[in-house]
Design a protein around this ligand. Structure first.
Ligand SMILES: [Zn+2]
Length: 454
């Protein structure tokens, strides 16, 4: 009967742990002195090495690094907020000092990365009954939003952060329609704040809207811009965002080809979304002859760089795939499986996009079209629709792939020396495939480290 992680956790005082490690290093060094004079120098260095500050070793039955095969009886040495080394526990403990956290039978893995979320709407969970159309859903969320004050949104965002953390998320691409609130929020995880921008009612103010958002977003460590969608953001707004992205080297994201109604609007100038937007005064002269993707790639003059993070791509025509093949343009794509199911969109063309070389990530989208902010639940929903995809491939979609989309592939998303110490532990029931068990995990995370902090 394996001991529980809690009982095996050895929170030894740092001094005791250091003494143990120094002794073991000295033993090794003494052995080496018999072999070379150089080793004597090394012994002196080791014996007088000052104690490391804020160092620790985290041991687990299995360490899933996303950087090679899982390591049985593995450990990660951490100093300050960085991973120093990962390997077998027996080896790590002889080479590194620090308090040892033994997670027992649990599996240690990189913290998860949510590639598309709107924490603004955490408070709308369960508030929007299922609607007949996507356009009705837009009407319903707009009606709910009129009831909310800035204070409500602040509470909603903070509540959302607490929830994503409970589900093991250590980094997030979060779109906010209220960039002015960003300076008031202390995010408990790595956050890329994207100002979600809409100028459908005032396209003449496109540049002003972008510039105003940037004033607030600049207070965040990581920020980017998110023209909402082709149907709510003007060509000028997209263009201005691209200018800023090139000037300030920031990230861009947008919603594209999400619903059939969006396809209808741009392709045939008809349908509920077309009528709704026409009704609120949107100029509709860009509708009737192109698919949303054709407009995005063509009319907006979107260049290969900067490389956009595109949410959805649910509704693509055959001509769109031909266009993608021809253009060689590659975005990062975010799929939100449960929000996709909520709206009953067409099957997400995972295989076709993947075979074209797109980097595909998962996101939760908002709780206005989802029931929780769990990326584990997203992985399972994706697995149900794509049973042929291996669980390790699925886990990449919430670790390695979103790290690439956020241009952080050398910092987060794997357990590797030099990377941020963003780690989570998952209770695994038996000695089966660790990736399968991780995807199947449906509890809350009770051991999480973000940037070296527990
Ligand atoms: Zn979204």
């Amino acid at each position: 009967m394996p001991e529980s992680g809690e009982r095996r956790k050895r929170a030894r005082p740092v001094a005791t742990a250091l003494r143990a490690v120094q002794l073991s290093n000295t033993d090794t060094a003494m052995h080496m002195t018999a072999h070379s004079a150089m080793a004597t120098v090394w012994l002196v260095f080791v014996a007088y090495r000052p104690p490391l500050q804020h160092s620790m070793i985290v041991r687990a039955r299995t360490v899933v690094t996303m950087d090679g095969p899982p390591i049985e009886n593995g450990a990660v040495a951490i100093s300050e907020n960085r991973i120093v080394e990962v390997g077998k526990f027996d080896e790590i403990k002889t080479r590194h000092a620090g308090e040892i956290f033994d997670l027992g039978e649990q599996t240690l893995l990189p913290g998860l990365i949510n590639a598309h979320c709107h924490l603004d709407y955490t408070c709308l969970r369960g508030k929007i009954p299922l609607q007949k159309t996507f356009t009705d859903w837009i009407r319903a969320i707009n009606a709910e939003k009129t009831k909310l004050s800035p204070k409500d949104y602040l509470a909603s965002i903070n509540e959302g952060f607490a929830e994503v953390r409970r589900f093991g998320t250590t980094a997030i691409a979060n779109l906010t329609a209220f960039p002015e609130l960003v300076p008031q929020i202390t995010s408990p995880i790595h956050t890329w704040w994207f100002g979600e921008l809409i100028d459908v009612r005032a396209p003449e103010r496109a540049s002003e809207i972008v510039d105003l958002a940037i004033e607030s977003l600049k207070s965040a460590q990581n920020w980017g811009l998110a023209p909402h969608a082709l149907f709510t953001a003007s060509k000028d707004l997209y263009r201005r965002c691209e200018e800023i992205a090139k000037r300030d080297n920031v990230l861009l994201t947008t919603h594209l080809a999400e619903s059939l109604e969006e396809m209808e609007m741009f392709h045939t100038a008809s349908g509920p979304l077309y009528e709704f937007l026409k009704g609120i005064g949107r100029p509709m002269d860009d509708c009737g002859n192109q698919t949303p993707l054709e407009r995005f790639v063509g009319a907006h003059g979107v260049r290969a760089l900067p490389r956009w993070i595109v949410a959805h791509l649910n509704e693509l025509a055959e001509s769109d795939f031909m266009l993608l093949e021809r253009s060689k343009r590659r975005f990062h794509v975010v799929h939100s499986p449960r929000s996709h199911d909520y709206f009953t969109h067409s099957q997400f063309p995972f295989e076709r996009l993947r075979s074209l070389g797109f980097n595909i990530c998962l996101g939760t989208d908002s709780l206005a079209s989802n029931e929780s902010l769990s990326l584990f639940a997203e992985m399972r929903a994706f697995q149900r629709s794509e049973p042929g995809i291996s669980p390790d491939e699925i886990l990449k979609m919430v670790t390695v792939n979103p790290a690439i989309a956020l241009r952080q592939e050398n910092i987060i998303g794997r357990i590797r020396s030099g990377f941020c110490a963003d780690l989570i532990a998952v209770q695994c029931s038996d000695r089966g495939n660790p990736f399968e068990q991780i995807v199947a995990f449906d509890g809350l995370i009770d051991w999480i480290m973000v940037n070296g902090n527990l």
